[in-house]
Design a binder for this molecule. Structure first.
Ligand code: NAD
Ligand code: TYD
Length: 350
């Protein structure tokens, strides 16, 4: 049996990756290491938490000694590293936390892998999950390819860029078998309602203002989170060591247009008169250093490994809105803070 470490598995994307691997690969033991910050929620994994090939470990990647002991004890065959501070606005108010988790935390994992795997390193795999935001901002034309020069602007993207460089450095210097992927904006179930799509669904439902930064003209490429998890599966198993793969939805939206779609679909689903939710749109001060446009060219991944997004955006956004409307308890617990008691209830008393 192979033992795979997934870090940040209680978060948004991590929980989808953990679920996919636990269900698809009963021959693997999946260890989910997560600190359970505000963004970590074990209720995201309620449906698989009792599976025999799944184990949760509460731990902080900032603690190097703890990470080393975990690697020694579990003898991982591979690592999929998603744990991170992930929200740009929080990185603007508290950059240091992003350096600790995203940079030092990643280096601690790399050190543990290098140290514990030393004699068998060629049989192992360290897969680092990153973002398209490391490439900076585009004008009206062009797309990010794997060759695009790094040009991060926010403290979040600077910390992710730094972690990517460390992963490459450990590959080049110590022969660590590493792979990196850089993905565009994800949307779907279990996303913490601080990011645009779940925040706006939540606010529309509760008839609260929708704070649109600047004029809403910034452009993002949106990918359904389960398609990201499927890409991670393909890259982990078939990706070439030392390579970078871009992952994207081929699905660019200007924020204001996307917001209008969410308003329209929400009006339909909530039985409100057309145009009602759009009245909640409130233009607010722009985010500092706000990147204008991200667009990902994911053709390397498509041509080499055959991955493509499975879902069109109109279907994906319908599914996503349905999920947040149906999972009232999840949304209420997350917005009230009650979700943080789940760990105590399910794990500490066991
Ligand atoms: P998230 O904020 O939802 O989840 C992050 C998880 O990491 C949480 O469960 C949190 O508890 C855990 N964590 C944070 N600090 C930790 C620490 N010090 N030790 C251990 N665990 C810790 O993030 P997400 O949106 O699921 O993103 C996951 C990864 O994917 C991140 O590396 C992010 O940079 C990358 N990514 C995200 C997107 C996106 O659109 N959300 C796009 C591309 C790449
Ligand atoms: P976000 O979901 O925070 O992702 P990222 O900043 O990593 O792309 O934001 C997506 C876009 O939506 C981004 O251009 C900022 C904008 N935005 C708003 O206009 N209002 C909001 O309240 C939020 C959270 C984001």
């Amino acid at each position: 049996m192979k033992t795979i470490l997934i870090t940040g598995g209680a978060g948004f994307i991590g929980s989808h990756v953990v679920r996919l691997f636990v269900e698809k690969y009963p021959e693997y033991k999946i260890v989910n290491l997560d600190k359970l910050t505000y963004a970590g929620n074990l209720a995201n994994l309620k449906d698989i938490e009792n599976k025999p090939n799944y184990e949760f470990v509460k731990g902080d990647i900032i603690e190097g000694e703890t990470i080393l002991k975990l690697f020694e004890e579990k003898q991982f065959d591979g690592v999929i590293h998603l744990a991170a501070e992930s929200h740009v606005d929080r990185s603007i108010s508290n950059p240091t936390e992003f350096v600790f988790t995203n940079v030092i935390g990643t280096v601690n994992l790399l050190n543990a892998a290098k140290h514990i795997w030393k004699d068998t390193i060629s049989e192992k795999k360290f897969y680092h999950i990153s973002t398209d935001e490391v490439y900076g901002s585009l004008g009206e034309e062009g797309m990010f390819t794997e060759e695009t020069r790094y040009d991060p602007h926010s403290p979040y993207s600077a910390s992710k860029a730094s972690s990517d460089h460390f992963v490459r450095a450990y590959h080049d210097t110590f022969g660590l078998p590493a792979i990196i992927s850089n993905c565009s904006n994800n949307y779907g179930s279990y996303q913490f309602p601080e990011k645009l799509i779940p925040l706006f669904i939540h606010n529309i439902k509760n008839k609260k203002p929708l704070p649109v930064y600047g004029k809403g003209e910034n452009i993002r490429d949106w990918l359904w989170v389960e398609d990201h998890a499927a890409a991670i599966d393909v890259i982990f198993h078939k990706g070439r060591i030392g390579e970078t793969y871009n992952i994207g939805g081929f699905n660019e939206w200007k924020n204001i247009d996307l917001i209008r779609v969410i308003c329209r679909v929400m009006d339909e689903k909530l039985g409100r008169p057309g145009g009602e939710s759009e009245k909640l749109i409130t233009f607010v001060k722009d985010r500092a250093g706000h990147d204008l446009r991200y667009a990902i060219d994911a053709s390397k991944l498509k041509n080499e490994l055959g991955w493509e997004p499975s879902l069109q955006f109109e279907e994906g956004i319908q599914k996503t809105i349905d999920w947040y409307l149906e999972n009232k308890e999840w949304l209420n617990n997350v917005t009230s803070g009650d979700y943080q008691k789940y760990y105590e209830k399910q794990y500490v008393k066991r």
